[in-house]
Design a protein around this ligand. Structure first.
Ligand code: SME
Length: 165
């Protein structure tokens, strides 16, 4: 996996970049409670900052069908509209309530190819302040093995700060 050594300068730079992104996102969202505005801002500011992102956005737990995810705010090419909890990386992350890093999408059983240029991805569950799963944050890359623990820790911290604080 690219730059997966925590002492690697690129790993440290990425960790630092997530910390800066977290501060900037907090500043922009100060006083804004609307969930859609918060998700759209996170997707935009992350996609703009990180060159290894190809697609970045949210799949939200559907209010009517609570075992299904429906597309939320995103940056990138057309995303699939709905994903059941038992399908794809997004569904698996929602079901397991944990972050999943997929270095090679072809090796993940049931991966959903919304855009077949995607080669690797990371999906982070999003909880509200009461611990209820409200969405997943899905980031895809054209490069294989583009994500590592610096992305996982950085994204988990941002979704905690923005949606569970
Ligand atoms: N690849 C995801 C589906 C979402 S798109 O890539 C935007 C998955 O397998 O859940």
């Amino acid at each position: 996996m690219a730059n997966s050594d925590p002492s690697d300068p690129d790993f440290l730079a990425r960790t630092e970049s997530y910390a800066v992104a977290a501060t900037e996102i907090a500043a922009v969202l100060q006083g804004e409670a609307n969930l859609m505005a918060r998700m759209a801002t996170v997707a935009s500011m992350l996609a703009d900052r990180f060159a290894h992102y190809f697609w970045a956005g949210f799949y939200c737990v559907d209010a009517q069908k609570t075992d299904e995810l429906v597309i939320g705010p995103y940056q990138g090419s057309l995303g699939c509209l709905r994903i059941a909890f038992n399908r794809g990386v997004c569904g698996a992350a929602a079901l397991r309530r944990e972050t999943i890093i997929v270095p090679d999408v072809d090796a993940f059983p049931g991966h959903i190819a919304c855009d077949d240029r995607s080669r690797s991805e990371i999906v982070v569950p999003v909880f509200d302040a009461s611990g209820r799963l409200i969405a997943v944050l899905d980031i895809d890359a054209i490069e294989p093995a583009a994500f590592n623990q610096s992305d996982a820790r950085g994204l988990e911290a941002i979704v905690r700060q923005v949606f569970a604080a």
